[in-house]
Design a protein around this ligand. Structure first.
Ligand SMILES: [Zn+2]
Ligand SMILES: [Zn+2]
Length: 235
């Protein structure tokens, strides 16, 4: 019975493995232009360097190929059913990932929070304290947009730590403050913060963006990715 099952799964292998990493598709994500499917992390990483599909070579989008990605939940369920223990393994990998990449906590004012000892200063503002202690938290990956010919290219080299954790009520304006602090951005520069290629207004909260921009694209996976792009502020 077990060998029979093995043969069965083998026949499906071309449809459930990733062209880039050759492993089983993890968070299978389809390029809507050509319908080729890859692991989410494989294809997102690929699009940081290229706008073309790795399999067929077709250009996916002129500027922001990430916009053309859709998570395939049905395929994911099929793979989980075909490959025993894959779901458990993936969950284990995910929790190990977070152990390795401890997200930086950021406060309601955009300041990076200390890991262990919190000073009285942190608690000076009561509202501020409540703001992120009792709120649901969200993990976010901050990616620097490069190769776009923008004037800020040379200034920003990307964050040292891409992963942050903050309250879902934190706004884009706060994320911008945090980024300016961390990147030591000259005051002549402004930052755009984008989700799926769309510039986000500074009053949008992380919860709003997650619900309206990230999850609607059937992105159920963690963490939400926000991109940032520096530009010279002429205003
Ligand atoms: Zn892959
Ligand atoms: Zn393709």
């Amino acid at each position: 019975m077990a060998t029979q099952r093995k043969h069965f799964v083998k026949e499906f292998n071309p449809y459930i493995t990733c062209y880039i990493c050759k492993g089983y598709l993890i968070k299978p994500t389809t390029v809507t232009e050509c319908l080729h499917t890859f692991c989410k992390s494989c294809i997102v990483q690929h699009f940081e360097e290229s706008n073309d599909c790795p399999k067929c070579g077709n250009q996916v989008h002129e500027t922001n190929p990430l916009e053309m990605l859709r998570l395939d939940n049905t395929l994911e369920e099929i793979i989980f059913k075909l490959v025993p223990r894959l779901r458990e393994e993936e969950q284990r990998r995910e929790s190990e990932f977070w152990k390795r990449n401890k997200p930086q906590e950021i406060g309601a004012d955009g300041s990076p929070k200390a890991k262990k000892a919190r000073t009285d200063e942190d608690y000076e503002n009561e509202d501020d304290k409540d703001y992120h202690r009792s709120d649901p938290q969200i993990a976010i990956c901050l990616d620097c947009l490069r190769n776009n010919g923008q004037s800020g290219d040379n200034v920003v080299k990307g964050l040292m730590k891409k992963f942050i954790r903050c309250s879902t009520r934190v706004t884009v304006g706060t994320i911008k403050k945090f980024l300016s602090l961390k990147l030591k951005l000259p005051s002549t520069y402004e930052l755009d913060v984008l989700c799926n290629g769309e510039i986000m207004g500074k009053d949008h909260t992380m919860e709003f963006i997650y619900m309206t921009r990230w999850r609607l694209r059937s992105e159920t996976s963690y963490p939400m990715v926000l991109q940032y792009r520096p530009r010279i502020d002429f205003g």
